[in-house]
Design a protein around this ligand. Structure first.
Ligand code: CMX
Length: 454
């Protein structure tokens, strides 16, 4: 897995390398200001020309500045630790985790509009933030919600293309196939063929991103209902926002699940550019492949067992975490086990040559804030759920044991240690589908890269 650093993350180096942070500040769109245009397109029409000029200036002023040394370890390790990419949407700090346009997850929870009082940030709000660097108002977010609904119609042939696959095909295969079928509607491809000027590439790219983001929940929900619910499809509800609608189309209408889906999409939307799916989209878009092609490629990367899929590999991912937790319950016949019993099980897993799923990270060196916000959600909404209590107990038991091993760089829980148990609580128990949820979320993080990187 590649874990290289982005220029967006350079401000952390301020004390060490002043000039590098100047570069980061120069290319970044103004962060976390409030914003005035009601629609996102108008907002971007103001921002993007200014941004394009700024990138040109950075190239001119800093083009020859070195960004670090490349070591053999970095190259063999999949560009790990290298500053090698301009990535605007987010940055991952080893100590504090993800920041979206400079905002931590708690910042986002505090400042981005929610669908319900005291609820989680709406995915529409993170999309606005990722694309503009500005905090939208509730009115802007509602308007974006409406816009996405109006773009959400999926052509029937996309469903028929999925239907051509055996129902036993992996959910990610069915999802990526549906996305490729949507590609026939690319506005960028049409505009390019008609000779659009380079400075306006972002406009049809933006159209494609918005259509893609609007349509993927229906495609993803179709895959779920086709495989697990006898093909009984639930249509989009015109009264619901993006995250709630996806949950509704999957068949889950518990208001808490609707809010969890909003949180899930928000926190999985982006994780800097070094992970396989984000980097793949960026790379595939670079020769002007349209956003559908770039996103489908990203999904194929996400479907790798060491990234999002994680179902054929014993060690990695949300899915495996849930399986491992279920195996603990199966071993003792109950989730209510003692700390000593849990310690024994953790040692048993390690002694059998496996890693502890949901713990450790390639970049992070502290507890993943995506874990923390899901834990807080669980404490608020399902404090007595037996599997949540088991997850909580693991957080006490696992880190000292991993630290004892002496080689684990990060003994703390990551995002995957929690999401499976929450989804399971709300009835989404089909683990093979989890990566599709991740894929829907990742369509958000890809938008700023392909719109702004041109
Ligand atoms: N349990 C046991 N051993 C672990 C471990 C864990 N959770 N995490 C790391 N180690 C071991 C590694 O296997 C490695 O051992 P060897 O030297 O014998 O090969 C050693 O500690 C050093 O590894 P590291 O530098 O700390 O971690 P890496 O960057 O190599 O790997 C990761 C990172 C996530 C693959 C690893 O921590 C792991 O396998 N964790 C469990 C799986 C998991 O939760 N994956 C989801 C990641 C979520 C995300 O990427 O966002």
């Amino acid at each position: 897995m590649a874990f290289f650093r982005s220029i967006a993350a350079l401000s952390k180096l301020r004390s060490r390398v002043g000039q590098q942070s100047n570069i980061a500040n120069s290319v970044r769109l103004l962060q976390t200001q409030t914003t005035s245009n009601l629609d996102l397109y108008s907002e971007l029409k103001e921002l993007i020309p200014e941004y394009q000029e700024r990138v040109k200036k950075v190239k001119k002023d800093y083009g020859t500045v070195q960004l670090g040394n490349t070591t053999v370890d970095m190259v063999i390790g999949g560009m790990r630790g290298m500053t090698a990419l301009l990535w605007l949407g987010s940055s991952v700090d080893p100590d504090e985790g993800i920041r979206f346009r400079g905002m931590t997850i708690p910042d986002c929870q505090k400042k981005l509009p929610a669908a319900i009082p005291g609820g989680e940030p709406m995915p529409e709000a993170i999309l606005w933030l990722l694309l503009t660097g500005k905090i939208p108002s509730k009115q802007q977010v509602d308007s974006l919600s409406q816009e996405l609904r109006s773009r959400a119609t999926v052509p029937d042939y996309a469903f028929k293309t999925i239907d051509a696959l055996p129902v036993s095909a992996h959910p990610m295969t069915q999802f990526a196939t549906g996305v490729m079928a949507l590609q026939t509607q690319s506005e960028f491809q049409k505009a390019y063929e008609s000779g659009i000027s380079k400075s306006r590439y972002w406009e049809p790219t933006y159209e494609d991103c918005m259509n893609l983001i609007a349509r993927v929940p229906a495609v993803a929900a179709y895959v779920y209902r086709r495989i697990y619910k006898d093909g009984k499809i639930i249509p989009l509800d015109d009264s619901l926002d993006y995250g709630a609608n996806y949950s509704h189309m999957l068949g889950f209408d518990d208001p808490k699940m609707l809010d969890f889906m909003r949180l899930y999409i928000t926190i999985h939307s982006d994780h800097e550019g070094g992970n396989v799916s984000s980097h793949t989209a960026h790379l595939v878009a670079s020769p002007l492949s349209d956003p559908y092609l770039a996103f489908a490629a990203a999904l194929n990367g996400l479907a790798g067992p060491l990234h999002g899929l994680a179902n054929q590999v014993i060690n990695v991912g949300t899915l495996e975490v849930l399986r491992w937790i279920r195996s603990i319950v199966a071993e003792f016949g109950t989730p209510h086990i003692s700390t000593d019993q849990l310690k024994d099980y953790v040692y048993k897993t390690l002694n059998s040559g496996q890693v502890i799923p949901g713990y450790g990270h390639g970049v992070l060196r502290k507890t993943d804030p995506r874990y923390t916000c899901q834990r807080e959600f669980a404490l608020k909404h399902l404090p007595d759920d037996p599997l949540f209590l088991l997850v909580s107990k693991l957080k006490e038991v696992v880190p000292p044991i991993l630290t004892e091993l002496g080689k684990v760089k990060n003994p703390w829980p990551n995002v995957d240690a929690h999401s499976g148990v929450l989804l399971n609580y709300f009835g989404l128990t089909e683990e093979n589908y989890f990566t599709v949820l991740f894929g829907v979320s990742r369509s958000f993080g890809i938008a700023p890269q392909v719109c702004l990187a041109l």
